[in-house]
Design a protein around this ligand. Structure first.
Ligand SMILES: [Zn+2]
Length: 294
């Protein structure tokens, strides 16, 4: 049985997903994890010169109880514009759990209150994401290491034999529902951004870059439905405005009684799904365009 961490390092209602590298020989014991809003980066400017990028300042919390065995507050370089050879280390914290295994949280600036030997509990504030070291965007490099007699050399044996509650599985396709009920659509474990054409189930979606919420249309049981980021609105049997527009452009006639739509960006044409097909749940996934990793 893999070790299961009972929480993620984030207090967020957004899905926590594998943003980049996963456990491998070159990435021992580690999965790079984050959530949707971590794509935002803030430029760090000094005297008019861009000196780097900083992360979102997202607080990071311990996922299990243990003792702090490693703190790094000394790195001064940020993001991957610095070659890894010049910027080999990120800020970070390592904790030795009661089972003797270590957990590392890297690209995280440690909470000043922490010392080597400090004890932490699940949920103890460890620090903030800062995008230090060799990264391509703010995230947490979360790694697990096997027990070792020398705490100061904790990272000898990375182990990938772990899972984490609240993490979107990296092969997940379909809706992912957060404890607060919010739904997100994932393809191969990655949030699906941008529009595509109609899906096989007649649903199209968009992520709001402002709120992080998904919006989108579904054609289901003979009606158009709009996912407003929180709930499905029944918009009746009339096609959405922009769909009518494209029809009107061809027929040179104005649509009658278009539904009142919020401005949601481009709406693609949706096709009729098979009768009774559900819009929730996984099923076959399309081949979407996926954002480049941040
Ligand atoms: Zn990593």
């Amino acid at each position: 049985m893999p070790h299961e961490y009972q929480r993620t390092p984030f207090n967020t209602s957004l899905p926590v997903y594998v943003t980049g590298s996963v456990c491998s020989a070159s990435h021992p014991g580690a999965r790079d994890i984050g959530f949707l809003t971590m794509k935002w980066q803030v430029m760090q400017v000094s005297n008019g010169v861009i000196t780097g990028f900083i992360g979102t300042g997202t607080p990071v919390y311990a996922v299990e109880a243990g003792t702090v065995v490693y703190l790094n507050r000394t790195t001064t370089c940020y993001d991957n514009r610095n070659p890894a050879t010049l910027c080999p280390e990120a800020h970070g914290i390592a904790v030795k759990g009661s089972d003797g295994y270590y957990t590392l949280y890297a690209h995280v600036y440690p909470n000043f209150a922490l010392r080597i030997g400090s004890t932490v509990q699940p949920g103890t504030w460890l620090g903030n994401v800062d995008n230090s070291g060799n990264t391509t965007g703010p995230h947490v490099h979360f790694a697990r290491f096997s027990p070792n007699a020398n705490d100061s050399n904790f990272s000898q044996n990375g182990t990938c034999d772990w899972t984490m509650k609240g993490l979107v599985p990296s092969n997940y396709n379909g809706w992912w529902q957060q404890p607060n009920g919010t739904l997100y659509y994932f393809v191969n474990g990655k949030p699906w951004l941008g529009w595509t054409g109609a899906l096989s189930n007649g649903v199209s979606y968009q992520l709001s870059l402002t709120t992080g919420a998904w919006t989108g249309w579904a054609f289901f049981q003979g009606r158009y439905w709009f996912w407003n980021g929180a709930s499905w609105e029944n918009r009746g049997t009339q096609a959405p405005l922009s769909i009518n527009k494209s029809r009107a452009a061809r027929s040179r006639t104005k649509p009658t009684q278009p539904p009142q739509l919020k401005r949601t960006g481009k709406v693609t044409r949706v096709s009729s799904p098979a009768r009774g097909r559900r819009y929730l749940g996984g099923g076959k996934s399309p081949a979407p365009r996926i954002r480049k990793k941040s």
